[in-house]
Write a new protein. Structure first.
Length: 314
């Protein structure tokens, strides 16, 4: 997969459009549809997204993300997309009418043979570009348009906003099932106070990315990827009230069957499940007993459901 951070000209592409935060089950159907069309029509697929959510510029929102750009690109690549365009959503782009965006950006650069979006996709000044707009301009610009209807899981419409709500409530299993994969983030191992070693549970200390979707303080079942290998881990996100007196939260993970020093190294954390709330114990001995119980709970990971197939066979 090739990634571009500015427009260039490539003809006859099967495009899919959207922000794709989290690359959840609904996004996956959109992407698969574009890829399937490209394969069946002997052409290439491309996805167009943005560095920051348009709401950051349009309304000054402090948007929290389900996935970083790096994580998003890895997920998109796994579905076989040929090209990804990660564009800056600037004021010039924001002021383009729906027609000008379609013609000047999509048609003039890509002459797409197909365009796929979700049912709630909007673009152009005042959000006047939508699924009906794209459908109505098929003949004028000679492309085939696919609108992917809402994708549901247990009667819940899959959306980034619902996933963020689940995450904020600590419903990691619910969020992961809507995602179709585990909620994950990447960080770099930092030096800590090495308190974990003194209680027989050495940990790695990580900074939880400031722009990621919020999760409650607590203890989590996780998988931590180090150097391409995954380790089951129990992690604490919060203030560590039993052994710490700071007000700065940290994400601290104890990796099973792992004893290396990896300060300064990048790791990837997949969060499998919420185990319990963060609490202050009366003694370090009680804390050690509880951590041992937390580790036992790692042996029963919960299943993450995969996304449905595209309803469109291209």
């Amino acid at each position: 997969m090739e990634v571009f951070y500015e427009l260039n000209k490539k003809n006859d592409l099967s495009l899919c459009l959207g922000f794709f935060d989290g690359v959840h089950q609904g996004h996956q159907v959109v992407i698969k549809n574009a890829v399937n069309f490209a394969k069946s029509n002997n052409t290439s697929s491309a996805l167009i997204t943005f560095v920051e959510h348009p709401l950051c510029l349009l309304h000054g929102f402090d948007v929290k993300y389900i996935s970083t750009i790096e994580e998003k690109l890895k997920l998109i690549e796994s579905y076989g997309v040929d090209y990804v365009y990660v564009l800056n959503f600037d004021r010039e782009l924001a002021q383009k009418s729906a027609y000008d965006y379609l013609k000047d950006v999509l048609i003039d650069n890509f002459h797409p043979s197909a365009i796929t979006t979700g049912f709630n996709h909007y673009f152009g000044l005042n959000r006047l570009g939508n699924t009906e707009f794209l459908y109505n301009h098929q003949k004028e610009f000679n492309y085939k348009y696919f609108e992917i209807p809402p994708i549901t899981y247990n009667n819940v419409v899959v959306s980034s906003s619902i996933i963020k709500e689940y995450l904020s409530n600590g419903d990691i299993t619910g969020a992961n099932n809507l995602l179709g994969h585990k909620f994950a983030f990447r960080s770099v191992v930092q030096e800590g106070k090495q308190i974990g070693r003194t209680i027989d549970f050495p940990t790695i200390n990580l900074e939880y990315p400031f722009n990621m979707a919020k999760i409650p303080y607590g203890v989590y079942a996780t998988d931590v990827e180090v150097g391409g290998k995954k380790y089951s881990a129990v992690a604490n996100w919060g203030l560590k009230p039993t052994v710490n007196d700071t007000l700065n939260p940290t994400f601290e993970a104890h990796l099973l069957e792992f004893s290396k020093d990896i300060y300064g190294e990048p790791v990837r954390v997949e969060i499998r499940d919420f185990i319990r709330n963060e609490i202050k114990f009366l003694s370090v001995k009680e804390l050690k007993k509880q951590i041992a119980k937390d580790i036992q709970s790692l042996s029963t990971p919960k299943k993450v459901e995969k996304s449905p197939k595209s309803p469109y066979l291209c």
